[in-house]
Ligand binder design. Structure first.
Ligand SMILES: [Fe+2]
Length: 306
């Protein structure tokens, strides 16, 4: 019965712990309730579940088709849909991010099983990008709503895997607006010069990390967590010495959308390429204008010689 779910909110912006039931014995009614609670609280925690790999996959499948990780090997679990990260093997994302935002259709949700965790340290923080957006001033909101940003998979060693998304996306199920730039995968704002983009992104990255938008969770072995990647970001604290092993399944994504097209054209440097031109190369490549730029540079160079 859905009334057997006990909900304890953990912070003002987001996060709730759900107890009183087992995820491996969930009725359709309770599953519907869990989905509602995820939309409301954005990240949910289910302590003392101790799910098997198959049960973890089954729970994740309630939320949609699952994907395997596009860039990282999966040498531990050998399950095509379960991605395992062990801190002793360098698997720790200690920068704010939403999972796989460099994809054209980034993950909708991630479901994590804490298999092994240290006695102390290794907490994860989540931030609500709804409340971070809503707390911006109106002029800043308006500016951000007219912009898009380039994301890349450089942290996974593949910087040419790129995608452009709105800086503010609309959640398809709640209709709320959320900031959608993160320090791990977002490289620049498309419509601004690199220098302008750097200032704006640095500001937004620090804004998103304000403690009042966040919740911090102390893990225990056997806890399951699910978060909505469309309206949250997360950050793992690297303040521990013991082993920390997580297993994650990821729900296949959707295309981030906004309520309007970008208000400006992409920023294309037209003057001679100076010392900062390297900052524009990646964007030009993504836009397919690399060849055009080289051609115009060659013409200019040829004219200067004659
Ligand atoms: Fe992550």
């Amino acid at each position: 019965m859905s009334d057997s779910i006990i909900v304890n909110r953990l912070a003002g912006s987001l996060g709730a712990e759900l107890t009183g039931f087992k995820l491996n014995d969930l009725s359709d009614e309770n599953m519907g309730r869990v989905k509602e609670l995820l939309l409301k609280h954005q990240v949910l925690f289910f302590p003392e579940q101790f799910l098997s790999i198959d049960e973890h996959v089954d729970f994740g499948s309630w939320f949609g088709p699952l994907e395997s990780h596009p860039n990282l090997d999966n040498p531990f679990t050998h399950h095509p849909q379960v991605f395992e990260l062990a801190a002793s093997h360098g698997g720790l994302a200690d920068e704010w991010h939403s999972d796989l935002s460099f994809q054209s259709e980034p993950a909708v949700a991630s479901i994590l099983n804490m298999v092994e965790c240290p006695d102390v340290g290794g907490d994860t923080l989540w931030t609500s990008t709804y409340t971070a957006f809503e707390a911006l001033s109106e002029p800043m909101q308006e500016l951000c709503c007219g912009l898009t940003a380039l994301h890349d998979a450089a942290p996974h060693g593949t910087p040419d895997v790129t995608a452009i998304h709105p800086v503010v996306r609309i959640h398809p199920e709640t209709g709320r607006k959320a900031l959608f730039v993160n320090e791990h995968f977002t490289r620049r704002v498309v419509e601004l010069s690199y220098e302008e983009s750097r200032v704006l992104l640095d500001y937004l990255f620090s804004w998103i990390a304000k403690p009042r938008f966040t919740v911090r969770y102390r893990w225990r072995k056997g806890t399951i967590a699910i978060w909505d990647n469309r309206c949250t970001q997360h950050f793992v604290l690297s303040d521990f010495v013991q082993q920390r092993i997580i297993q994650r399944v990821t729900v296949i994504g959707d295309q981030p959308s906004s309520d309007s097209a970008p208000r400006w054209e992409p920023f294309i440097r037209t003057e001679n390429q100076g010392a900062t031109s390297r900052y524009d190369a990646q964007l030009n490549r993504h836009l397919g204008r690399h060849a055009v730029m080289l051609e115009s540079n060659a013409k200019r160079s040829s004219n200067e010689k004659t």
